[in-house]
Design a binder for this molecule. Structure first.
Ligand code: FE2
Length: 461
């Protein structure tokens, strides 16, 4: 046997022995390294969560806010969402302010990721080992034919290098693509605010209200995930539209009453116009925050509507009483939240002249399917609605090619997830993607937005 071939065979045998039978000490060191990695990830996620949910000042607005920390916390917490769900279930409830709860959720959440990476590395090792054994077998058979192998590169060696390149290249590409997409969806995509425009024709709209422009902001979710600067940007975009009316669609806060004042203050440039109406969303009613949100919005100048109607008069100002008969009037009817309050459309529209066109503002677009708007009841006619403005769905936040939005908080699937839909009652429903993020701190193919809606008179014929 030539020296080249002999060395080749010995090398393959050594690699096989080293890969397949590590010493006990090696096994312990490896296990400890994996344990440390798992604990490090869980601890980092816990620290970022505690900083944004507990230690940071919840009332903080511009100048005191920590956008970088909030975004980093979103990235660290996202992979652990299943852990949060599991621990919440086991605990009988969510306790986001407890460090031990957060650590348990993070530890459980990171477990499948660390385990998954370990499994991938085991598969890689097995694939490379197969190549190594084949190379060894090639080398052994080559020893019986020294001439043919001693003068050319080992086919097994070339195969092993190529296999390692392919396996590592594929693994690295998939990992980098996944990590890049996830990071971009958490750190970049949610934090730019766009504008989407709609033109809606309304029957019976007064000539004075032709081309009336509504700026619609929804789901700002000021809290541990959404930085103040995001809401300031949305308010600034809305103000630059120079609309006639501002409409706020609810979910101003994400995590309790301590954020209420900051949430309203950040929208102050919009609210202080004096021509701003607002409804509440489900998050405004969680953790006993309702009254704090109403108080803060009202203090800054918004008209908060809870199953109530106000009017836009001929001077395009909002007023609480109906303009005199014969004068231009557009009703703005704000509904209580469908999930967390008692929506009462019939009560909200009581006293509104049937000839008066009306815009319904409902945080949750599913209200468009309510019987009052679809067919009425045996003793009550169907309610007139000319347009409904909604939020709540956030556009699903994630839209996958060919699949659409896999998660939509609506009983009607994709129907009202984003943009324009026609209700069974025949009126248009426009649903905003919103400004902030909710439970999942990411966006993918669903940009944050402020809506600009222009009203036109519907021409007969
Ligand atoms: Fe929301």
């Amino acid at each position: 046997m030539s020296e080249t071939t002999q060395a080749h065979v010995e090398d393959a045998g050594a690699e096989r022995r080293g890969g397949a039978a590590p010493s006990n000490r090696g096994r312990v060191v490896r296990a400890l390294a994996w344990l440390c990695l798992w604990l490090l990830l869980a601890t980092t996620s816990t620290a970022l969560h505690m900083f944004t949910w507990v230690w940071a000042t919840p009332q903080a607005v511009l100048g005191q806010d920590s956008p970088a920390m909030k975004k980093a916390a979103g990235l660290a917490v996202l992979p652990t969402v299943p852990g949060w769900l599991i621990v919440t279930r086991l605990n009988g409830g969510l306790d986001g302010r407890s460090m031990w709860f957060a650590f348990a959720a993070s530890a459980v959440g990171w477990m499948p990721w660390v385990g998954g990476v370990w499994c991938v590395l085991q598969v890689r090792r097995a694939v490379l080992k197969r190549g190594s054994i084949r190379r060894s077998a090639d080398g052994a058979s080559a020893s019986s034919d020294v001439k043919s192998t001693a003068t050319s590169p080992s086919p097994g060696g070339v195969d092993l290098s190529r296999r390692r390149l392919l396996v590592d290249g594929a693994g690295f590409s998939v990992g980098a693509l996944g990590a890049g997409t996830l990071s971009g969806s958490v750190l970049v995509a949610p934090w730019s605010v766009g504008v989407r425009q709609f033109v809606v024709e309304i029957e019976g709209l007064a000539p004075e209200h032709e081309d009336l422009v509504i700026a619609f902001i929804s789901d700002t979710h000021f809290g541990p995930r959404v930085p103040a600067e995001q809401i300031v940007a949305a308010a600034s975009i809305a103000a630059r539209m120079r609309p006639d009316i501002y409409v706020l669609g609810g979910d101003y806060i994400h995590n309790g009453p301590t954020y209420a004042e900051g949430a309203a203050a950040l929208l102050e440039p919009v609210i202080s116009s004096g021509n701003c109406v607002a409804v509440l969303g489900n998050h405004d009613n969680y953790f006993g925050a309702t009254e704090a949100v109403v108080k803060a919005l009202t203090k800054h100048g918004a008209v908060v509507l809870r199953n109530q109607t106000v009017y836009v008069d001929r001077t395009l100002r909002i007023r609480t009483d109906a303009p005199p008969t014969g004068e231009a009037a557009l009703a703005l009817t704000g509904m209580a939240d469908l999930w967390t309050e008692a929506s009462d459309a019939r009560g909200a529209l009581r006293g509104v002249d049937e000839r008066t066109p009306r815009v319904i503002i409902s945080h949750n677009p599913d209200l468009a399917e309510h019987a009052d708007f679809v067919r009425g009841t045996s003793d009550q006619p169907k309610l007139r609605a000319d347009l409904m403005l909604s939020g709540h769905t956030h556009g699903g936040q994630v839209r996958l090619p060919l699949i659409g939005q896999p998660i939509v908080p609506s009983d009607y699937g994709q129907k009202y997830v984003s943009g324009l839909a026609i209700s069974p009652g025949g009126f248009p429903v426009i649903t905003s993607n919103g400004v902030g993020v909710s439970i999942l701190p990411l966006r993918f193919n669903v940009p944050a937005e402020v809506l600009k809606i222009r009203l036109k008179r519907k021409r007969s014929g």
